[in-house]
Design a protein around this ligand. Structure first.
Ligand code: FAD
Ligand code: EPU
Length: 335
């Protein structure tokens, strides 16, 4: 455990933004967090894989990278197995562990970058499944009380790309482990149209969690930029929700508009479509841009700084508001 000073974060955020942090350290245990917090009384940020964060300036405090490892089964019954994972495990490696052991529930969430510890932060979701569907409990260390707290499903107040850790308890806790409730008998979820099409293309005759995972991986790699090639943090904005009557008005003006009915009666709009219609798909100014295959993903072609990406997001928000009257909300954590 070593504290490094004036440390570059360029390789620790998938946007590849070149900023420095005053103090940086990694931790493998709760005792180590405790020791590190003694060292620094300034602002502290817990970092995972850096795949949902945009640094707009140097960080004048302490960044602690969570490297708590270990995956173990803690209990099981006829239908479920309860698996605990250290927060510092890579998310996709955890998914592969589940698939290998025939534990169902996370296959649709294959290939999401980042670590297990951040997965409850924004209730990660993809291809018809959200983390909350397999979440059982977590343990988190309160950074100022210096105590471990337990959180159940209800405590986390999960919503679409939301949790209590992004709102009321923002920056208060370090999540140290997460317990998942996985199914011994799979309930395949192919509700997201593109999965069915991909399975057919792959020639899959017998459905399995591995086949779904492979289909999701194929779809994702075909349209999302690989952060090791082009800096990005996935969707930069959330898909906005509007009432059905607003959707009807928008639909009458823009018949191509893409929206999905929600159980609440509201409609979720595809932000990627709104942004594309404003002419930003493939747009580039300097090294900041909007991905050519997915307009919802802002990218750093190399040397963009955080402000340039942020300013582009401001321009996009203003443009979408002007054309559609809809206000986009950022999904990525801005620091
Ligand atoms: P980081 O970026 O390191 O952190 C994110 C936030 O969580 C920060 O505020 C940080 O302080 C906090 N944090 C991280 N770890 C902890 C911890 N242990 N304790 C307390 N706070 C913590 N997301 C989706 O939901 N669905 C997708 O389909 C998806 N696709 C993506 C595709 C690409 C190409 C990329 C680059 C990103 C994508 N994302 C997606 C976003 C991102 O992968 C997820 O949000 C992921 O869970 C972030 O994990 P991380 O470890 O990198 O978090
Ligand atoms: N679309 C366009 N133009 C674009 C992009 C999208 O018209 O440039 C339209 C298309 O009609 C497409 C629809 O939008 O069918 C939806 O696009 P896509 O399936 O790519 O999904 P998304 O709504 O853009 C969301 C999540 C992703 C997640 C995928 C798959 C959010 C903010 N994003 O994207 O999550 O992987 O669905 O479930 O909800 C992330 O959170 O970082 C992320 C990548």
């Amino acid at each position: 455990m070593q504290v490094q000073e004036n440390f570059s974060l360029k390789k620790l955020n998938t946007f590849g933004i070149a900023v420095n942090v005053k103090y940086f350290a990694t931790f493998n245990t709760v005792d180590e967090i405790n020791e590190l917090l003694e060292f620094n009384k300034q602002q502290t940020l817990v970092l995972g894989g850096g795949s949902n964060i945009l640094f707009t300036k140097n960080f004048d405090g302490l960044i602690l990278k969570n490297e708590i490892k270990g995956i173990k089964i803690i209990k099981e019954d006829e239908h479920y197995v309860y698996v605990q994972s250290g927060a510092g495990e890579n998310w996709h490696q955890f998914v592969l562990y589940c698939i290998h052991n025939n534990f169902a529930g996370v296959e649709n969430l294959s290939l999401i970058p980042g670590n297990v510890g951040a997965s409850p932060m924004q209730n990660i979701g993809a291809y018809g499944v959200e983390l909350k569907e397999v979440f059982y409990a977590l343990e988190a260390f309160h950074l100022t009380e210096k105590k471990i707290h337990q959180f159940t499903l209800n405590d986390c107040e999960f919503g679409y790309r939301e949790s209590i850790f992004k709102k009321k308890f923002k920056n208060e806790f370090a999540i140290i482990n997460v317990i998942f409730r996985l199914s011994k008998i799979p309930h395949f979820n192919t509700s997201y149209g593109a999965i069915e099409q991909e399975l057919e293309k792959m020639g899959v005759e017998e459905l399995s969690i591995k086949a779904i995972s492979d289909a999701v991986i194929n779809i994702r790699t075909s349209k999302l930029p690989d952060p090791s090639q082009i800096g990005n943090a996935g969707s930069f904005f959330k898909n906005p929700e509007v009432t059905h009557s607003i959707f009807d008005i928008l639909y009458s003006k823009f018949p191509g508009i893409v929206g999905y009915n929600l159980p609440s009666g509201n409609v979720k709009l595809a932000a990627g479509w709104l942004i594309e219609q404003c002419g930003f798909k493939g747009y580039r100014k300097g090294d900041a841009g909007c991905h050519e295959k997915q307009a919802l993903v802002l990218v750093n072609y190399g040397k963009a700084n955080g402000d340039e990406i942020f300013n582009l997001s401001e321009i996009i928000i203003a443009s979408v508001k002007e054309k559609f009257g809809v206000v986009l909300e950022r999904e990525v954590n801005i620091i």
